[in-house]
Design a protein around this ligand. Structure first.
Ligand code: DX5
Ligand code: ZN
Length: 546
């Protein structure tokens, strides 16, 4: 994927940014959660991965610029800056308060403005439609000076009603500003309605193309697609680049998503903990392509990509660590051309250190090796090399194994722990329920010792065991036979997602009950809970709530 992606670490940082933003908003009792959340992946990918910038030296002359033109996403913008290292995230709790540096609309930082702004903010926003012009000015100046700085601008779709956007767009085309990338947060909501009702923008892609821009379109919540588009943008010459990021306003909190009501409203403070839990509970589904009919891997990947799965799980078996042989790095290299979906590679091989370079070169996004197959020193070396190459490192343990003591020295940079719930070797085996207790204990112990990565459940995951492993702390779910074993891949993926959602809703409802805000939560969440009412056994209760 390029530029040191480290997929799971990036996901985690974006999750952290959302969590800080929601704390700021609920504390303040006001703010714009919707726009902050639709742009969370965009800003996160820029700040945590793409841009050349230095939080310890915000005025670095070689830096890339970020202009947050649609300034309504301020809480999300502040939290991205904080997680990137510009200031302590705890300061988000002062959002919009008197005397705080974090006001409702961001203010450009300067010595003179230091009580009203934080280092890193390049542009004072709030009045819509202006940021693109400012960015065009910066980009043009850098180009004329022969400088390498790049300018990234975030604009909103509601904001695109402003005539000045189109004036700036013409100028960027005229001056062939190939050092400028604009990202449109296409969440389709403005103020209290939908953009296409208030002032239609479509065909938006044609409009930007007609203004002489190179246009890419992505799912704005898929970091791998944003990374891909930014990489391509770097190759464009003599034209500015527009990335249309299709997003969902309020994405991350299910009852706020795609609901104009939440454009500028804060959830009540008493719900904060439950909201944080929801943000922390995001789960990823990773089909294992060794399951089902033999080989035909390309076809299997294409089919699940259409269903919106999160990753592809690649089971490498060498016939020594496990009796079976599947495929190796050369196959992964070929499959890599098919998709930008993250590759979650599970190495069931002897001597992983000896072979690790092949899998790095095959551009996997996550590489997991077995604890039973390496020593502490070997694992440390593997981990270091993966991190240097922007790959998420993972460790896997067999059903009969507990994590080795030495792993506790490596938790800081560990992104995943696979807890096997079958003996590795083949797809389609029966889930071993005794693994659940181990997962619960392990999850707790790892967290207590500073692990901030993901627990991945692998082996015999189906609709039932997904919920069980979810409750035990897993957030990545490998599914082989459950996806490819029957005839209906589409139905299978929907079913697994539905079960993950039931597990989430149950968890949040329990949490709300403990906090004595059950009725309150159910009211806020009513339209989300209806499809799960039967499984959650809350039909009557829900019915009584208006
Ligand atoms: C087992 C593999 C698993 C497995 C998943 O050795 O690591 O990834 O194939 O397939 P199911 O879900 O069928 O157990
Ligand atoms: Zn696996």
């Amino acid at each position: 994927m390029g530029f040191n992606m480290r997929y799971l670490d990036l996901k985690r940082k974006i999750r952290d940014a959302r969590m800080w933003a929601i704390q700021g908003i609920t504390e303040a009792g006001s703010g714009h959660p919707g726009a902050s959340f639709s742009a969370a992946e965009i800003m996160g990918t820029l700040y945590f991965r793409r841009m050349r910038h230095d939080p310890s030296n915000p005025n670095w002359s070689e830096r890339d610029y970020f202009i947050n033109s649609k300034a309504h996403s301020a809480p999300g913008f502040y939290s991205a800056l904080a997680v990137a290292g510009y200031f302590q995230p705890e300061e988000l709790r002062t959002l919009r308060q008197l005397g705080s540096r974090l006001q409702g609309h961001p203010v450009r930082y300067s010595e003179h403005q230091k009580h009203h702004s934080v280092p890193g903010i390049e542009y004072s926003g709030g009045s819509e439609g202006i940021g693109l012009s400012v960015g065009v000015g910066i980009a043009l100046a850098k180009k004329l000076d022969g400088k390498k700085n790049r300018v990234f601008i975030l604009i909103g779709d509601g904001e695109s009603n402003e005539g000045q956007i189109w004036e700036a767009s013409m100028a960027a085309g005229k001056f062939k500003l190939d050092n400028l990338v604009t990202i449109l947060d296409r969440n389709r909501i403005q103020q209290d309605g939908f953009t296409e009702d208030i002032m239609p923008l479509d065909p938006i892609k044609d409009k930007w193309t007609a203004f002489n821009w190179e246009v890419f379109e992505v799912d704005g919540h898929r970091v791998e697609q944003i990374v891909d588009a930014l990489n391509k943008a770097g190759q464009v010459h003599d034209k500015p680049v527009m990335i249309i990021a299709n997003t969902v306003k309020g994405n991350g909190i299910r009852h706020m998503a795609n609901n104009p009501q939440w454009h500028g409203k804060a959830p009540p403070k008493r719900q904060t903990e439950v909201l944080l839990e929801e943000l922390e509970s995001e789960c990823l589904i990773a089909p294992s392509i060794i399951a089902g009919e033999r080989e035909n891997y390309e076809d299997k990947i294409r089919k699940v990509e259409r269903e919106g799965v999160d990753m592809i799980h690649l089971d490498v078996m060498d016939g020594r660590f496990v009796p079976n042989t599947t495929f190796f790095a050369d196959t992964i290299k070929k499959l890599r051309r098919l998709t930008s979906l993250p590759f979650d590679t599970h190495l069931m091989i002897e001597n992983p250190l000896e072979n690790i370079q092949d899998y790095i070169d095959a551009r996997c996004d996550i590489i997991t090796v077995h604890a039973e197959a390496c020593t502490e020193n070997e694992f440390r070396e593997i981990q270091e090399r993966l991190i240097d190459n922007g790959i998420s490192p993972g460790i896997a343990i067999n059903p009969g194994t507990y994590v080795p003591k030495w792993l506790y020295h490596c938790l800081h940079n560990l992104d995943v722990v696979i807890v096997m719930s079958v003996n590795p070797g083949s797809a389609g085996q029966k889930f071993m329920p005794e693994v659940l207790d181990k997962m619960i204990v392990l999850n707790k112990q790892l967290r207590q010792n500073g692990f901030r990565g993901y627990i991945e459940a692998d082996g015999g995951i189906d609709a039932t065991t997904l919920q069980q492993t979810y409750d035990a702390g897993a957030r990545i779910f490998v599914a082989g036979a459950a996806v490819y074993g029957g005839g209906d891949i589409h139905g299978a993926v929907i079913h697994l997602r539905h079960k993950a959602e039931v597990a989430l809703e149950r968890r949040l409802l329990n949490h709300a009950t403990q906090l004595n805000i059950r009725a309150d939560w159910m009211k806020a969440r009513k339209h989300i809970l209806i499809p799960y009412a039967n499984e959650l056994r809350i039909e009557e209760e829900l019915h009584a709530i208006r």
